[in-house]
Ligand binder design. Structure first.
Ligand code: RAM
Length: 335
C-alpha cells in the first residue's frame, strides 16, 4: 500500500522580473526539477534525517521534492514506488536500495525513459544507477568498526554482529571489510561467532539480541552496523543482567543513543551526518538532471553548503569520514 507523501518541496516561483535568472540557478541547475527520494523504509529515523537533508537541498535549488517508500526493508518492497515514479515522469529518483539486484530492472526502465537515478546509503549493482552517494569509504567503515569493538573488548573474546536485512548492500559490504580486518594478527584473540539479522525492524532486532545473549553466554560485545539494530540492542542490554558485561557498539544516531551512553550501556559508536548524506544526494541528482554532469569519474559539481564534490571511480561520491561518539562529545551532536 502507498503511504502518504511525507514532504513536498515547493518550486521556486518565477516572477516576471526574475524570469531570466529563474531558468537555472548559479550552479547551472534547472529550476523546478522533480526529484523523488525512496528510502529503505519510510519510518526508519536514520532515513528520515537523510531524506530531510535531500528535501532541504531541493528547496535550495528550487526543485519539487517528495519522499515515498515502503514501511519494511524487504528486497522488492520499493518496486511499486519506482514504477509509480516512472509514470509520474520524475526528473530523478534517489534511492537507498534494499537489495542490490531486485530493483535494478525497474531503475533501468526509469533511466531508459530519461529519469536520472542516484543511489545513496545502500547501492545497487552498478548498472542500476548513474551515481552512488556513499556516506563514507566502505572499507574504512568496516575496518573502523573492528578497531572500535576490539578496544571495547580489551582485545579478546567473542562478539556477534547484529545486522539489518541479509540482502542490505551497505551492511553486507561493511561486514565483508570487518571480516578482512579480523584477519590481522592484532585480532587473533577476537572471534566473530554469529551474524544475526534484525531486518532493520526494532522488535526483531530486540528479540535477536536476546537470542544472541542466550546462545553465546561468553559474548563480550555486539556490533550493530545499523541505527535500528544498535538502538534495539542497547535497549535490551540496558535493562538486562548483561549491562556492563556485554559491550554494544556499531553505527547509531547520537539522539537515539544518548540515553544509553549516559546510563553506561554504550561506551562508543560511530556514524556520519545522515542529513548531509541526503543533501549531497539531492545536489548530485540535480546536477545529473540538469546535464551539468554525466556521471563520469573526475566530473565535479556544486553541492551547496558542502562545496564542490568530485565523482570517483564507479560513479561513487563519498560524503566523508565517520565520527566516533562517546560520553565526551555526544552532546555536541543533535541528529
Ligand atoms: C540503518 C539503515 C541504513 C544504514 C544505517 C547505519 O538506519 O540500515 O541503511 O546506513 O542504519
Amino acid at each position: 500500500m502507498f503511504k502518504p507523501l511525507r514532504h513536498t518541496g515547493a518550486a521556486t516561483l518565477c516572477i516576471a522580473l526574475l524570469a531570466i535568472s529563474c531558468a537555472s540557478s548559479a550552479a547551472g541547475l534547472k529550476n523546478g526539477l522533480k526529484i523523488a527520494f525512496v528510502p529503505k523504509q519510510i519510518n526508519n529515523p536514520y532515513e528520515v534525517i537523510a531524506d530531510d537533508g535531500g528535501m532541504a537541498a531541493i528547496k535550495e535549488f528550487g526543485g519539487v521534492g517528495k519522499v515515498v517508500g515502503p514501511s519494511d526493508a524487504g528486497a522488492s518492497s520499493q518496486v511499486q514506488y519506482i514504477n509509480t515514479l516512472i509514470t509520474q515522469r520524475q526528473d530523478a529518483i534517489v534511492i537507498a536500495a534494499n537489495d542490490a539486484n531486485a530493483v535494478v530492472p525497474y531503475l533501468k526502465k526509469a533511466m531508459s525513459q530519461g529519469i536520472k537515478v542516484v543511489t545513496f546509503d545502500s547501492d545497487t549493482a552498478p548498472e542500476g544507477r548513474q551515481l552512488f552517494v556513499n556516506q563514507a569509504n566502505a572499507e574504512g567503515i568496516g575496518r573502523g568498526q573492528i578497531e572500535l569493538v576490539s578496544k571495547l573488548m580489551g582485545g579478546e573474546g567473542e562478539f556477534a554482529v547484529l545486522s539489518a536485512t541479509p540482502n542490505a548492500t551497505n551492511q553486507n559490504t561493511w561486514i565483508k571489510w570487518m571480516q578482512e580486518e579480523l584477519k590481522k594478527p592484532a585480532y587473533s584473540k577476537i572471534k566473530l561467532v554469529k551474524i544475526a539479522y534484525g531486518n532493520d525492524d526494532d522488535q526483531k532486532s530486540f528479540v535477536e539480541t536476546q537470542g544472541l545473549l542466550q546462545a553465546y553466554p561468553n559474548l563480550k560485545a555486539i556490533v550493530a552496523p545499523t541505527t535500528v539494530g544498535i538502538a534495539a540492542a542497547a535497549r535490551y542490554i540496558s535493562s538486562s543482567s548483561s549491562k556492563g558485561k556485554v559491550a554494544v557498539t556499531g553505527l547509531g544516531t547520537p539522539n537515539q543513543m544518548r540515553a544509553f551512553v549516559k546510563n553506561g550501556t554504550v561506551k562508543a559508536f560511530q556514524l556520519w551526518d545522515p542529513n548531509q548524506l541526503g543533501y549531497l544526494a539531492g545536489y548530485a541528482a540535480a546536477a545529473l538532471a540538469s546535464g551539468t554532469i554525466d556521471g563520469k569519474e573526475g566530473e565535479s559539481f556544486d553541492a551547496g553548503k558542502l562545496g564542490k564534490r568530485t565523482i570517483g571511480p564507479q560513479g561513487e561520491i563519498i560524503l566523508g569520514p565517520p565520527t566516533t561518539f562517546d560520553a565526551g562529545n555526544i552532546d555536541k551532536f543533535n541528529f
